[in-house]
Write a protein that binds this ligand. Structure first.
Ligand code: ZN
Length: 116
């Protein structure tokens, strides 16, 4: 077998040489994570908000670190489709996790963390 990355002969019939096998594991991890996030976005669009999910945690973490942020900035930062972000942020406001200040529109309003 030859390494798919550099073409060197690999050991034990592996697809990657020792030098590139780590990078391959990392790439798989990224792809798995991406697929998981896409599945979560699809669920959100169906109206199923997983409050233990990655996006809810990401929103909370971002607002925790940054303080307050425009919804229009946050959804781009999270790499989320706007429609899904609207549903998610509304659900989080209703649940009392975050608050929206200013405009009623999700993309214009500023989101802040509700501290208990
Ligand atoms: Zn290689």
């Amino acid at each position: 077998m030859k390494c798919r990355e550099c073409g060197k002969t690999t050991r034990e019939g592996k697809n990657y040489c020792p030098e590139h096998v780590d990078r391959c594991d990392y790439a798989n991890e990224v792809l798995t994570r991406l697929a998981k996030r896409q599945a979560e976005v699809a669920e959100i669009k169906r109206g199923h908000i997983n409050f233990q999910g990655e996006f809810v945690q990401d929103v909370l973490n971002n607002l925790e670190v940054i303080g307050a942020m425009k919804g229009g900035l946050l959804y781009r930062r999270l790499g989320m489709p706007f429609e899904a972000f609207q549903l998610l942020s509304c659900a989080m406001v209703k649940k009392g996790l975050i608050r929206r200040i200013g405009a009623r529109n999700n993309s214009e309003g500023t989101l802040v963390l509700v501290r208990n």
